[in-house]
Design a protein around this ligand. Sequence first.
Ligand code: PHE
Length: 467
Amino acid sequence: MSNQREQFRSRLGFILAAAGSAVGIGNLVGFPVNAAKSGGAAFLLIYAAFVVVICLPVMMAEMALGRKTQRNPLGAYQAVAGKGSLWRFGGWLALITPFMIAVFYQVLTVWLLGYFIGAVSGNLEAMAAPGYFGEFINANGVFIYLVILTMVVGIILNSGVQNGIERLAKILMPSLFVMLIVLTIFVLTLPNALVGVKYYLVPDFSKINLEVVNLALSQAFFSLSLGMGILITYGSYVSSKESVAGGAKMVAAVDTSVAFFAGLLILPAIFVFNPDTDTAELSSSSVSLVFSFLPKIFLSLQALVGYVGASLFASAFFLLVFFAALTSQVSILQVPISAFQDELKFSRFKSVLALGLCAGLLVIASTVSFGMSSFFTEFVSYAGQTKSFFDVIIDIFYETILPLNGFIICLFVVYKWRRSDFNDEMSIGDEAFDKSLTKKYVNLALGTFVPAILLFVFVSTVLLKFF
Ligand code: PHE
């Protein structure tokens, strides 16, 4: 069985695919918004520290478990702990979480596709008008974009790990890096950009409090695609010639650099538009920033580069974020696909179809929860607020559950799978690991303070969100 499993063709292919998963809406939009409202470089420093101190060990734990067991998350937990063990619930969580994240991410990716097509077809002016976003998400056109995106994603996944995911990442990721750099350089040459750069890079530590620290950790976790079963699954396609620790460090470095550059692109762009930008406007959610605020900013560029120039800039930006979202979306959908293939022995095609059917219904329910259906729009109430179906998915699977999944994986790897087996796996393809500082650090961290911190974050989020 294991020798039939697909593998990434090369080290570069694996790193680009994993970076493709990591680099997503979280980096390009979530990070700049959070940095803007939480002290700029002060947030950046805390974020980067969490990436190294907390996220990297978890990343290695996930990848090593996947490569050792050659399975999807559910299969991986069961392969180590046995089918009847309670640990299998950890596996189920690591399978259900990505499935549900994929549902809301599909909705966002559909909107990005719609905005890209809108900007390319010269609609920037309409897109920048107040109220456009609300109309756009409630118009039937979103279903057309949904069908297009679903087919594109289905075709990629049906082509497999090597010919679908790896090939896509090899084309899109380099294009994404180039676009990001070109757009950033362009923005930096515009008048007033330096005000934004200063706002971003001069740290304001007075904004730091426990909530911001919590936010930085959740942001880092989401951005690196941790707790979603993705790296367990991708680990299962990594050849034994590769170093897990080296791959994880590369992916974290790429992901953090992209987040950094996204800040350098978005914040100055905002200040070019309006040097006296009211930073309160930045504190709104990432969603309203991308879909309501940024089109306004892009349109304002027409004073400098004309309407065509502004439309080109907007098109390039939405294409950039769309590419990033697409490579993330295929990575997360590969998790349930590999579960169908491993556990139910479905063919790849059958797995893609089965997944499309299950996820498709939930995506439609999410799409209509912005007003088209009152049942899904006013789905439940808790903590004194009415929540839509889409909100509930976000609250549970984006805001809350990832640290819990991270907590479980740490305990599982260290206390059930055992450190020695973990270390043996880490040493495969990496002779230097055994004597490295990385080994000492990761072993200590995974068994002690990392799970403790993750549990703390999970419990405090549950208390804040749901009570
Ligand atoms: N790291 C991704 C991001 O920043 C998170 C993600 C991965 C979300 C895969 C959905 C699917 O956007």
